[in-house]
Design a protein around this ligand. Structure first.
Ligand code: SF4
Ligand code: SF4
Length: 285
């Protein structure tokens, strides 16, 4: 399918892009920006920001929309929290997003490493705000509690798509389990901001989206992002259709009217895109 005109982005500053890639390589940290072939990498890297990918580059699941690798799984690197905190310091980030592959092979599903990374960043940079985007941890609440207790400023978990499309898009995940993760965070710590994200253009209907928005409201999710699904490589699912910028605005209004506090929607929006600005709309930080 020919790319919709509103998805064509300008060429990023190649020098800044190279500098950032070189810096990230020298720091020995992974980012989801490159691993998932995010279309915003040029813009985000030029602004000196990135989303760190912890727990290795290889995932135990195989979501049909995602270009992350599936190779050998290593034990969590005990030096990773310090490495990420050092990268935050060198990049002088005041707001950082941390995510991971899914690690169903680990006894705590990687929750302990998330907690260690959050604590290490906060120990080195008291004022840096930390947003985490976590996997479902197979719904294991003890593991989730490890992350909540480390007190991230925002805890995100993505629903990604409507329940009817889970078998096709996220075959190893469960819509209800993902909703329960968001609900459990609020039960453990009611004041913690929660966030979720959906990709549009995979065949979902307006009625299905309305139901998902309602479900998110019922679990008291604070922030929702909506973006266009883009096929990262020919191995992933094709795009069913391009959603226009006007439709994104329309869906944003619906979600807000149903009570979600902040909705950031647009063709190139990803859960970590402009995360600091989105956070600021709900806080006075
Ligand atoms: Fe990275 Fe998020 Fe920016 Fe994409 S939107 S390049 S994942 S920080
Ligand atoms: Fe990609 Fe996350 Fe799915 Fe793994 S669980 S394949 S990292 S979307």
């Amino acid at each position: 399918m020919t790319l919709a005109p509103w998805l064509k982005i300008g060429t990023p500053d190649q020098q800044k892009l190279r500098d950032m890639l070189g810096l990230l390589a020298s720091l020995n940290v992974n980012t989801i920006c490159t691993s998932a072939k995010c279309p915003n990498a040029g813009e985000c890297f030029a602004q000196g920001t990135a989303t760190f990918l912890i727990l290795g580059p290889n995932c135990t699941r195989n979501c049909r929309f995602c270009a992350v690798n599936h190779g050998r799984l290593a034990e969590p690197d005990p030096l990773e929290p310090a490495k990420v905190a050092q990268a935050v310091q060198i990049l002088d980030l005041k707001y950082v997003v941390i995510t991971s592959v899914t690690r169903d092979d680990l006894p705590d599903y990687g929750a302990g490493q998330f907690a260690a990374v959050i604590r290490e960043i906060k120990a080195l940079h008291e004022d840096t705000l930390v947003e985490v985007l976590i996997p479902d941890l197979t719904g294991e609440e003890k593991a989730l509690a490890l992350i909540v207790q480390a007190r991230p400023d925002v805890l995100g978990h993505n629903l990604e798509t409507v329940p009817r499309l889970y078998a096709k898009v996220r075959p190893q995940a469960s819509y209800r389990q993902s909703l329960r993760v968001l609900k459990a965070v609020k039960e453990m710590k009611p004041g913690m901001l929660t966030k979720s994200s959906l990709m549009l253009g995979l065949g979902e209907t307006e009625g299905e989206l309305r139901e998902v928005f309602q479900d998110l409201k019922e679990v008291d999710c604070d922030i929702l992002t909506l973006g266009q699904y883009l096929q990262p490589t020919p191995q992933q699912l094709p795009v069913e259709r391009y959603v226009t910028p006007e439709e994104f605005s329309y869906y944003r209004e619906i979600a807000l009217s149903l009570g979600i506090r902040e909705v950031y929607a647009g063709p190139l929006v990803r859960s970590s895109y402009h995360a600091r600005e989105v956070f600021r709309t709900l806080t006075d930080v």
